[in-house]
Design a protein around this ligand. Structure first.
Ligand SMILES: NC(=O)c1ccc[n+]([C@@H]2O[C@H](COP(=O)([O-])OP(=O)(O)OC[C@H]3O[C@@H](n4cnc5c(N)ncnc54)[C@H](OP(=O)(O)O)[C@@H]3O)[C@@H](O)[C@H]2O)c1
Length: 347
């Protein structure tokens, strides 16, 4: 039997969508959604904050992932909150009252709700020093960046790392984690964000409005290029900016493909051809991957960033948990101009 706090509500507020479309067309506020049941190895978390990622509005466009999602979908994959109930097979990692953070699975309940159910294995304890807003900002991006730099990039102390899109949600963590792991970091961003990227620790910053990074570095300078934007030039010039032993790690498909109706086909063909070409050539490795939630990875990266490096999440803005405010948060994310993370404060 699940154990829980004695006074849980029967119904809760949640922001949800059913059919695909643009956020302002499909999102609605349900003031009396049922409190989710806690079963098996799951826990129930009272959500204090959630954060947006581009995947949240990309999923709303529809397509194949829909087939794997519940009929009523609650967006946003990042949460921080307090454990209020523990399923019969949970209770190994957390207790009622613990403050936790997690990346949720895209085909389960999301974070824009007062209470959400999550597998206990996916959560990690929230560092005391971070607010709930800060803790909600990082699970998805920190898990992604760990996989990019450590898993695919094989980062080592002294490596030279180029971060493209250094001022965004993933880019800021990319700079901070690479520095925490002892790398020399060059960040690429627009003029308005140069100071921010310097402030979070980049050793050099390239303003892409005035300088083409592929023309500035032509001597196989980098061990890792972490491309969060999907720049076609980075792929074309990979052999001149990266060492032969280096790795081009991308988390976004070609930026030009994103808004075409055939983007899935275009993207799939691009990924396959890039991978094949890099395998056939003796040169830098090529990686493009999709992140999945992993509580162990999250715990590791949080330890490095919080305890070892003493750095904090960079937050662009915090929005209220009302429909108009959440729609404004989605608009900001879709503008692709966020500086760090967009957070929604729930309670
Ligand atoms: N594969 C995965 O598992 C995975 C995981 C996480 C994210 N992603 C994807 O990775 C991408 C980045 O995610 P994110 O959370 O970092 O997004 P984000 O926070 O929305 O990124 C915003 C940043 O992108 C920069 N930017 C926009 N256009 C640019 C351009 N043409 N050149 C250079 N920088 C540009 C902006 O900087 P300026 O204003 O300075 O240009 C802004 O700071 C998204 O497509 C997301 O879906 C994939």
């Amino acid at each position: 039997m699940a154990t829980s706090e004695p006074s849980l509500p029967k119904t809760i507020k949640a922001i949800q969508w059913i059919t695909a479309g643009k956020p302002f067309e499909v999102l609605s506020l349900n003031e009396s959604a049922p409190l989710p049941a806690v079963t098996g190895a799951n826990i129930l978390v009272k959500v204090h904050a959630s954060a947006l990622n581009p995947v949240d509005w990309k999923l709303m466009r529809g397509g194949i992932p829909h087939l794997l999602m519940p009929r009523v979908k609650i967006p946003c994959l990042d949460i921080s909150g307090t454990v209020v109930a523990i399923g019969p097979k949970a209770g190994k990692k957390v207790q009622i009252g613990d403050e936790v953070m997690a990346m949720l699975k895209f085909n389960q309940s999301g974070g824009l709700t007062e209470y959400t159910v999550v597998e206990e294995a996916l959560v990690t304890k929230k560092p005391q020093r971070w607010s709930f807003e800060q803790a909600a900002a990082w699970p998805l991006v920190a898990t992604t960046v760990w996989e990019a730099l450590v898993g695919k990039g094989g980062i080592k102390q002294g490596h030279k790392v180029l971060v493209i899109g250094a001022s965004g949600g993933t880019g800021t963590v990319g700079v901070q984690l690479a520095k925490a792991l002892g790398a020399y970091v060059v960040g690429v961003c627009s003029t308005a964000n140069v100071q921010l990227v310097k402030d979070i620790g980049a050793d050099e910053v390239v303003d892409y409005k005035t300088t083409d990074v592929t023309e500035k570095y032509t001597n196989q300078d980098f061990d890792i290029v972490f491309d969060t934007v999907g720049s076609p030039e980075i792929w074309t010039k990979r052999s001149t900016i990266l060492k032969r032993s280096g790795n081009l790690v991308r988390i976004a498909a070609d930026v030009n493909a994103m808004d075409t109706p055939l983007h899935l086909i275009y993207t799939g063909a691009g990924i396959a051809s890039h991978k094949l070409i890099s395998l056939l050539q003796w040169g830098p490795g090529y990686h493009l991957f999709n992140v999945f939630p992993d509580g162990n990875v999250l715990a590791k990266v949080v330890k490095v960033l919080d305890e070892d490096a003493n750095v904090d999440p960079i937050i662009d803005s915090v929005y209220k948990f009302t429909l108009p405010s959440v729609l404004a948060a989605f608009e900001k994310s879709q503008s692709r101009r966020a500086r760090g993370k967009i957070v929604v404060k729930i309670a």
